[in-house]
Write a protein that binds this ligand. Structure first.
Ligand code: TRP
Length: 335
């Protein structure tokens, strides 16, 4: 990683954080804030493409902010802000849109997918999602963007728009950002339904949330998919069983894992015992998150203060960029 690279990532304010989000992304944000200048924001402008109700929007933004704080993002180390608190991002979005072309925007896979999913609401915001995302990234002149595989094409668009701007105005202004992909170095967190990874769109019961109460965790883990048990010594674990062991890998103590592994290998394992143990270990692991989420959720004044603090830092950096961009384009200086 470059020295002092500027890191930025946007978080969609949909639903609650689960163990998969934590190990797949948030844990790395928490690590990166120690070594880099980081910006993490809640993408609530992007949210408008699905026309949320005003109180729903507010509620979601606050909940996500609280959960990321509880998961370890530190407002003293990183700049944590809400996208709509930085309105100059919309100005940069406008500028970038003047050099974004219908053909290239229509070819973006995430656009095509969303257009298919919501055929009665294929709005211009959906089409220009990649330009808003480019504005998010370029507004802090970011270098590294930690995102999942599904966002790489959007990031490629950002690179195109940044190069195009630099070329058009004969400047070397925007750094060309790169995706920072940590996903292959990471443990993949499986869901509880026997196949695939943990996700909230995979149905009720598949994901365990960081803020989930113990009774509900117990219920979900006890209902996790298993099979009729090993029939031969040392046989390879089928996916649903391997999944439970993979979850244990991240929440349980090594000797506990060893115990159940041996029991599996000599065919004495009882899945009920395994699940009971796993449930208790998940509950213990999530305990500090649950406590922090609870405490932060009831402290509106504190959350507001942190949001204002993040907004101030983000605006300072964003306004500086837009001021320079306005000058490059040929506008009068107004801020
Ligand atoms: N598009 C991202 C997602 O769906 C969220 C996002 C918005 C984002 N703006 C961004 C991610 C800028 C990285 C950088 O998850």
């Amino acid at each position: 990683m470059e020295k002092k690279a500027i890191v930025l990532s946007g978080i969609r304010p949909t639903g609650n954080l689960h163990l998969g989000n934590y190990f797949g992304a948030v844990k790395n944000f928490v690590k990166m804030q120690e070594t880099n200048e980081c910006f993490f924001f809640i993408a609530d402008y992007h949210m408008l493409t699905t026309h949320p109700k005003p109180d729903h929007l507010q509620q979601n933004v606050k909940q996500v902010f609280v959960e990321y704080l509880a998961a370890g993002l530190d407002p003293e180390k990183a700049t944590l802000y809400v996208q709509s608190d930085v309105p100059v991002v919309a100005e940069l979005y406008l500028f970038l849109n003047m050099n974004a072309y219908l053909g290239e925007l229509e070819r973006v896979t995430t656009f095509k997918e969303k257009a298919r999913k919501q055929p009665s609401n294929v709005n211009a915001g959906l089409l220009t999602y990649p330009t808003l995302m480019a504005a998010d990234i370029l507004i802090h002149k970011s270098h590294l963007v930690p995102v999942g595989k599904d966002q790489e094409q959007n990031l490629e668009m950002t690179r195109t728009f940044a190069r195009r701007f630099n070329r058009m105005y004969k400047v070397d202004y925007f750094p060309i950002p790169r995706a920072f992909n940590f996903s292959d170095k990471l443990v993949k967190i499986p869901g509880l339904d026997g196949s695939g990874k943990m996700g909230k769109s995979e149905g009720e019961g598949n994901a365990v949330f960081l803020g989930e109460d113990p009774a509900s965790i117990r219920k979900k883990v006890m209902r996790a998919v298993t099979d009729s048990g090993p029939t031969e010594m040392n046989q390879i674990k089928p996916e649903p069983i391997q999944n439970l062991f993979s979850l244990m890998e991240v929440v349980s103590k090594p000797d506990v894992i060893k115990h159940f592994d041996e029991a599996y290998n000599n065919c004495t394992i009882r899945y009920g015992d395994l699940k009971k143990q796993l449930a208790e270990d998940v509950i213990a692991f999530t305990e500090p998150f649950r406590e922090k989420i609870k405490a932060l959720s009831s402290d509106d004044a504190y959350i507001k203060k942190l949001m204002a603090m993040g907004a101030e830092k983000a605006n300072e950096s964003a306004i500086k960029t837009v001021r320079e961009v306005r000058e490059i384009i040929g506008y009068r200086k107004i801020y």
